[in-house]
Design a protein around this ligand. Structure first.
Ligand code: SPM
Length: 292
């Protein structure tokens, strides 16, 4: 059994307990705590686990494990990127671990990608301990801005073809990223046929929040779709995404650009054009709520 005095490790296990998923908690076995500190914004921890590689935890919530992070990062990135006819300028809000950047730069048509992350500590720790995820930071098309996403967007208009909001859950530094004014600014920052994607709860935990978020986005965008992916280390083993298009003729559930099977095999471990389409097919209980 691991011996550590870390307050988040009990009997050698990290347990992800949280009021956002009451009555359940997934646990990962800890081999060694590699980093644990408080930034200006949140509690930041990385541990080496017994079976999931290194694990990044923010405010006691698992953000990424080396074993399954590719599923989330590929899906939140390529669902949006492959729904756009020609994504040249991309904005990532949050995503300080670098995983989404790594995926965005797989698209050669991208001319520039800007990552806006509020917490510099997340970048530093990801570069040091989540090596494979953080490789995107070194790409020449990438610029990084350490700033609150809401502040960054204030004077931006008609710039980005794709905007990816890769945030943590709403009860921490990401709170402002769930506000009405943020969504308004986001839409203004996008080009006329812009695509926007955000992580958006999970069907098994809070269908009502998803219903409200989808309904709200439908007041702003002509096309709003809900999709999901399997991420075993997230609560319930899944995570959802809201994908919106400014162009009413562009349905994000159908990929506009597809890689060949060979390219898919080289570039991705989870995403494919077939998964893209299938991820928007929801179980009956969720479909009924979103169509009501
Ligand atoms: N680049 C990886 C960052 C991951 N950001 C999203 C993490 C969400 C984890 N909690 C999911 C619980 C359901 N709301």
């Amino acid at each position: 059994m691991t011996k550590t005095n870390d307050p988040l490790v009990k009997d050698g296990w990290f347990m992800e307990k949280n009021e956002m998923w009451p009555g359940q908690a997934a646990g990962l076995q800890v081999e060694e705590v590699l980093f644990h500190d408080k930034s200006e914004y949140q509690d930041v921890m990385v541990f080496r686990s017994s079976h999931h590689g290194n694990v990044l935890v923010l405010d006691n919530v698992i953000q990424a494990t080396e074993r399954d992070e590719f599923s989330y990062q590929e899906m939140i990135t390529h669902l949006a990127m492959n729904s756009h006819p020609n994504p040249k300028q991309v904005l990532v809000i949050g995503g300080g671990d670098g995983g989404v950047l790594r995926e965005v730069v797989k698209h050669p048509e991208v001319e520039g990608v800007t990552l806006v992350e509020i917490d510099e500590m997340v970048l530093r720790v990801a570069k040091e301990h989540m090596g494979e995820m953080a490789i995107g930071f070194d790409h020449p098309k990438v610029s990084v801005v350490i700033q609150d996403g809401v502040e960054f967007l204030r004077d931006k208009s008609n710039i980005y073809d794709v905007v990816i909001v890769d945030c943590s859950d709403p009860d921490g530094p990401a709170e402002g990223l769930f506000s009405y004014s943020f969504y308004e600014m986001l839409k203004r920052a996008m080009t006329d046929n812009g695509i926007f994607i955000t992580q958006a709860e999970v069907m098994w935990l809070d269908m009502e929040t998803i219903r409200k978020a989808v309904a709200f986005n439908r007041t702003i965008y002509p096309q709003v779709r809900y999709s999901y992916a399997c991420v075993p280390s997230y609560p319930t083993g899944q995570i959802g995404f809201i994908v919106c298009s400014k162009d009413p003729t562009l349905d994000p559930s159908k990929p506009l650009r597809c890689w060949s099977e060979d390219e898919e095999n080289k570039l991705c471990r989870y995403y494919s054009a077939a998964i893209h389409k299938a991820s928007f097919i929801l179980p009956q209980f969720a479909k009924r709520v979103l169509e009501s």
